[in-house]
Design a protein around this ligand. Structure first.
Ligand SMILES: Cc1cc2nc3c(=O)[nH]c(=O)nc-3n(C[C@H](O)[C@H](O)[C@H](O)COP(=O)(O)OP(=O)(O)OC[C@H]3O[C@@H](n4cnc5c(N)ncnc54)[C@H](O)[C@@H]3O)c2cc1C
Length: 466
């Protein structure tokens, strides 16, 4: 069976869905197919969450999917709560704009925006259809793109967009950690966690926001035993507060380019803020809008410096924890139930008495040691290097020379408009990418606001070529 469309969107998470929304809103008649193996569009991994405790990491005021209306989510939530949805929101006791909604509810919001866009699109003859399958191969010709799907279908389109999101390291079998992946519990699987002895020790590798979610899941599952967290730097995410506005010092000074210059100036701004009794998060939050420019202007040497020296700090200070989750971590840490060690994971160790053992090396020590627990959760992050992603489409695209690794092998290389660069460096006229696959191009290319902006720009770009 063969279907054809104007735009083939590969992946129906937030990125693919928001691209469809933006395309449907634009005048003109076009047929859009979203190919997504999940049963529902608009959710992906992040917004398929079912626990109320798995919330967005920013409040409603920061998470609009409409770049032209920063209050879009707040307005939708206000109506949703007024209609009796999310009654637990009253417990947060803050205005709607300051609520941290459950990610599953955010998925409903995205789906509603898609439904509205469908109605707008229908007025000028545009449509979007969900094809529930995985794209396994792609061939690009001068005037079209052909996709092969896991169910045997073939699709043709004028354009294809890679909106394939992030490939979690935990699901990516790699030589060094395949045993780890097979042995680990899913950080979001509360049902599996309910089967654990509630008093048993749980080991977690990685200390970012996925770890925070895993601790929320354990609490939800009734776990009351020790939780031992190990990560290279032993840094926990800071809690997100609502700092006041701060002068956009990077807008005023375009001479700040290197990671070292940026850090020095940022520290200085934070000191000035602290001296005035203002939260350090205020100056830090002004940096966000400049990251893409700074990253894309930087040399590979500077990017490597950033990744090696600044990244752990950036992750824990910038990717902050929602307040309710942070309070839980603080409580467990204060009670001695949650410990965090700066240590690197070496390998799994046999555990004769059941449970699981891991060999770690603490920072600053040469000896390794074994730590035992009843279960292990791998929250060590995302696999951005497509050469290591064991899924058919990334492998085929690389093998066909249709894509090349992005800077520092983070995602894939693309031009500024999202057109993907082939192995020779030529920007495609047919194949585009958005969201996490462009990590190497922009560094921050994942959050709701990044994705929403890219969707709008890419929709305009595709239509202008149509
Ligand atoms: C657990 C979690 C929590 C997060 N929380 C926040 C938050 O609070 N705030 C924030 O700003 N950002 C958050 N993020 C970042 C988040 O990644 C983005 O907001 C958003 O999900 C990115 O959307 P995406 O569609 O690009 O990727 P994804 O959501 O990963 O969706 C990609 C989709 O592509 C599909 N796909 C992949 N390969 C193929 C293929 N070959 N064929 C067909 N389909 C394919 C997948 O099935 C998937 O559904 C979170 C991320 C995670 C993982």
């Amino acid at each position: 069976m063969s279907l054809s469309a104007d735009v083939l969107i590969i992946g129906g998470g937030l990125s693919g869905t928001m691209l469809a929304v933006q395309l449907l809103r634009l005048p003109g008649q076009r047929k859009i197919l979203i190919i997504e193996p999940r049963a529902e569009l608009g959710r992906g991994e992040a917004y398929s969450a079912v626990e109320l405790g798995h919330t967005l990491n920013g409040n409603a005021a920061r998470m609009s999917v409409d770049p032209d209306n920063p209050d879009d989510l707040t307005q939708w939530l206000t109506g949703h709560i007024a209609a009796g949805g999310w009654p637990e929101s009253a417990e947060q006791n803050v205005p709607v704009s300051e609520l941290f909604p459950p990610r599953g509810l955010f998925g409903v919001y995205v789906q509603q925006r898609l439904a509205e866009a469908r109605a707008i699109g229908a007025q000028h003859g545009s449509s979007v259809e969900h094809i529930c399958a995985e794209v396994t191969d792609l061939v690009s010709a001068t005037d079209s793109v052909r996709l092969s799907l896991s169910d045997g279908q073939t699709l043709h389109g004028a354009y294809a967009v890679l909106a394939t999101g992030m490939f979690p390291a935990a699901r990516t079998p790699q030589k060094a950690s395949s045993g780890l992946n097979a042995a680990a519990l899913d950080p979001w699987d509360v049902t599996a966690m309910r089967l654990l002895d509630p008093q048993s020790a749980v080991l977690i590798i990685g200390s970012g926001l996925t770890m925070v979610d895993a601790v929320v899941s354990l609490e939800q599952a009734g776990h009351r035993g020790p939780i031992k967290v190990f990560s290279r730097h032993g840094l926990l995410p800071h809690v997100r507060r609502q700092p006041p506005a701060w002068v956009d010092f990077l807008a005023a000074d375009h001479n700040l380019r290197t990671p070292r210059q940026l850090l020095r100036e940022l520290r200085r701004q934070c000191q000035i803020a602290s001296a005035q009794g203002i939260d350090w998060q205020a100056p830090l939050d002004t940096v966000r809008v400049h990251i893409a420019r700074l990253w894309s202007q930087a040399s590979d040497v500077q990017r490597r410096q950033f990744v090696r020296h600044v990244r752990p700090w950036w992750e824990s200070h910038h990717h902050r924890s929602p307040p309710l989750s942070a309070q839980l971590l603080e409580r467990l840490h204060g009670a001695g139930r949650l410990t965090i060690d700066a240590a690197s994971f070496k390998r799994l160790e046999p555990s004769p008495e059941g449970g699981i053992g891991i060999r770690i090396r603490r920072r600053g020590e040469s000896e390794t040691r074994v730590v035992m627990g009843a279960a292990l959760i791998n929250s060590s992050g995302i696999e951005y290097d497509w050469r290591r992603v064991a899924r058919p489409l990334p492998q085929q695209l690389l093998a066909r020379g249709l894509v090349q690794p992005g800077p520092l092998a983070l995602g894939i290389a693309a031009a500024a408009d999202g057109s993907v660069r082939d192995a020779e460096g030529h920007a495609s006229r047919r194949l585009f990418a958005m969201g996490p696959p462009l990590r190497g191009m922009w560094w921050e290319s994942t959050a709701v606001t990044d994705v929403a902006l890219q969707a709008k720009a890419l929709a305009a770009r595709l239509v202008s070529h149509g």
